[in-house]
Ligand binder design. Sequence first.
Ligand code: SF4
Length: 269
Amino acid sequence: MLTLERTVTLVLMEEENIAESGGNIVKVVENFEVPRKIIEALKKREHYPGQYSVTKLICCPRKTFYEMTGVKEFVTEEAELVFARGRAHHGVLEVYKLREINRKRESEVLDKNGKPIPIYGVIDMIGDNITEIYTTTISAKKIGVPEDAAKVFPMKLKQLQAYCYFENELKGDLLVFFLFGDYTRFTDIFGKKVYTGMKPQLRAFTFEFTESELREVWEKMNQNLAEIEYAKNNGVPPLSVGEDWECDNCGYAYICLEEPVGKAEDVLR
Ligand code: SF4
């Protein structure tokens, strides 16, 4: 909150600035065209609507059904920028030897010709470690002990498990870039609170999985795939849906809220 003294100081500083610029107010307008063009370019980013990826099979099956059947997704400009910010996070890893490996694994679901439908995955590796990288604005304080990472980032954990299954690997790293650290803005320096601003934090959590845990995620992906294929064939969106929080900001909420909700077993029976 601004005190009277601070407000007076700010007004005086502003007057001083105008005086220094010869009394002229700088001519400037906000240019909306530049951000618009950038956001349009972001919207055109490449993706493969006809292919099943790990990401598509660990999220809400209905969402993937809509995406794969060409239903228009409503993505706000803010959401486009959030995605762009997420993609930019790989830049912080320039210090590491990072490589991406493209993998394809046959699912247990057959297409009309009796061939297994493939699932694609792009796996980040840091050295020899399978690494799932995530950028977040939540506070690093939410991860008090390493086990909290599994609860706070359930989707990322599933993704990591899926990649480990692909690679027959029981260990994987979740690398989290906390953009605003723990939101602490003041640092105690010699007993005095000094404003230092929010500082980002980079933390890594190494998970060890069992074969059955990885198998469980694989089976869930296959179940989702089967359900989506079934829905594609009969034209009715999957009855089963993902977690409640997935619906927040979902680009298909405008159409999905009209659909009934059920359980995967209901449609697979
Ligand atoms: S609104 Fe929710 S249930 Fe519907 S598609 Fe999106 S995530 Fe799935």
